[in-house]
Design a protein. Structure first.
Ligand code: FES
Ligand SMILES: [Fe+2]
Length: 443
């Protein structure tokens, strides 16, 4: 890889990390829909302050059930609309009562409407407004040029018989170094498997080592593949692998992790997780997908939390700096996939300059029906397992014993999960400290 990158001038990648509206990547990334919240955060109508690609916004659900995403600041004298109150239609500023709808129109200016009705001042008022869509229990925002593409309807959103949960976390670093982790197979061995051994106080044995990795592009992203000393080219981690989903996520089969740029120095991690219920629990229909916020720092020590899979990832990302300085890195052969996605973004910058759509923008409603993706363990998610099989398999059992991916799962989500799966806490042993995220699932 060093030979390959001699041609890359220092600073070549700098363009990839700036997401503001006036920047090349800011314009590119605005061609995609971004998950910004869980719909279950709006069980009751209200507001949520949102910052996305450096833009301060307010997301709301009005009393009539419509979602809107507006400028955070009122068009009148700039009060913070996240403190506004929702009406049957729209969001009202808590300062002088101006009322806006989801298209950014001003529906009412209470004083002016009464004192100067003939002026109809409100007709000329517009506040910045972006479209919001709901899919898979997530709320999505689109900040780009019209016509907006479709929110991609990935197949897993409609897989039956699953308990889903959404986990949010605020990560104080640039989104792109988080997304580079979506095409980094070797880190599993060191960041998760082996580090977990060491964190548990043991010095071994370490997990089987990666001996070969490969990367390939497909329509909706990239696949990465691995062979470890305990697997062969027959293994689905080589024949199918995992998916770096374009432009902003890692998809492993049972979960997808979106990296959403808050601004150039902060990222919202949005985890969407699917747990297949045992066959005995079919048909299972989930009426509400819970959303919860996971902490990343230990308030006692001020250090990052290291106990859970994604928390371990967060440690590596923030450790690279607020915006990783790519002029100081030394890329190695395991980074080939990272170079591939960087180059793909550079190519897409040219595409939008030429007036073309970038990669993986979906506009055809016929295409946008449960879009199929490579899934190594597809059979497991579709067909599921019997209760007894799950209890027999250490990896499946471990996923029942506690939420291994992020710390901070609220008790009510844990209860809802156990109820969906049909297990009681008493049947399950305490959460083990050691685990290998690459351990094969039962077949
Ligand atoms: S500042 Fe919002 S109505 Fe006056
Ligand atoms: Fe990871």
């Amino acid at each position: 890889m060093p030979d390959d990158t001699k041609l890359e001038p220092h600073g070549r990648w700098d363009v990839l990390t700036a997401t503001g509206a006036g920047t090349p990547m800011g314009q590119l990334l605005r061609r995609y829909w971004w998950p910004i919240a869980g719909a279950s955060e709006f069980d009751r109508p209200g507001t949520k302050p949102v910052r996305l690609m450096g833009e301060d916004l307010v997301l709301y659900k009005d009393l009539g059930g419509a979602y809107g995403l507006l400028d955070r600041h009122c068009r009148h004298r700039r009060a913070d609309l996240s403190y506004g109150y929702v009406e049957e239609c729209g969001l009202r500023c808590n300062y002088h009562g101006w009322l806006y709808d989801e298209a950014g129109r001003c529906l009412a200016q209470p004083y002016e409407d009464v004192a100067h009705p003939e002026a109809r001042l409100k007709d000329e008022i517009r506040i910045k407004a972006y479209p919001v869509a709901e899919l898979g229990g997530l709320l999505w925002a689109y900040l780009g040029p019209q016509p907006a593409p479709l929110v991609p309807d990935w197949e897993f959103f409609s897989w039956p018989n699953g308990f889903r949960q959404i986990v949010l976390a605020e990560i104080p670093c640039n989104w792109f170094q988080c997304q580079e982790n979506s095409i980094d197979p070797v880190h599993f061995e060191w960041t998760h498997s082996n580090w977990s051994v060491r964190l548990a106080g043991a010095t071994g044995p370490y997990t089987p080592q990666h001996v070969k990795v490969d990367f390939s592009e497909f329509e909706y992203g990239f696949q990465y593949k691995r062979i470890r000393t305990d697997t062969t080219a027959e293994d689905r981690l080589w024949t199918v692998g995992r998916v770096c989903l374009w432009p902003n996520a890692l998809f492993t089969g049972n979960h997808i992790e979106f990296r959403v740029p808050v601004d150039d120095e902060n990222t919202l991690s949005v985890m969407w997780h699917f747990s297949r219920v045992p066959r005995e629990r079919e048909p299972y229909v989930q009426n509400r997908i819970p959303t919860w916020q996971g902490p990343i720092a230990d308030p006692q020590t001020g250090r990052w939390i290291t106990s859970h899979v994604m928390n371990q990832d967060f440690v590596t990302w923030v450790g690279q700096g607020r915006v990783a300085d790519r002029s100081q890195e030394y890329l190695a052969p395991s980074d080939r996939g990272i170079v591939m996605i960087r180059r793909r973004f550079l190519t897409d910058l040219e595409a939008i300059r030429d007036g073309r759509d970038p990669k993986a923008v979906v506009r055809d409603p016929e295409v946008n029906r449960a879009i199929a993706l490579p899934v190594a363990e597809r059979k497991n998610f579709i067909e599921g397992f019997n209760r007894a099989d799950i209890m027999r398999d250490p990896f499946s059992r471990r996923n029942l014993q506690g939420y291994i991916f992020q710390i901070g799962q609220p008790a009510e989500v844990r209860e809802a999960f156990l109820a969906a799966m049909g297990f009681s806490e008493a049947e399950l042993e305490p959460e083990p400290r050691l685990f290998d995220p690459l351990a094969p699932a039962p077949r």
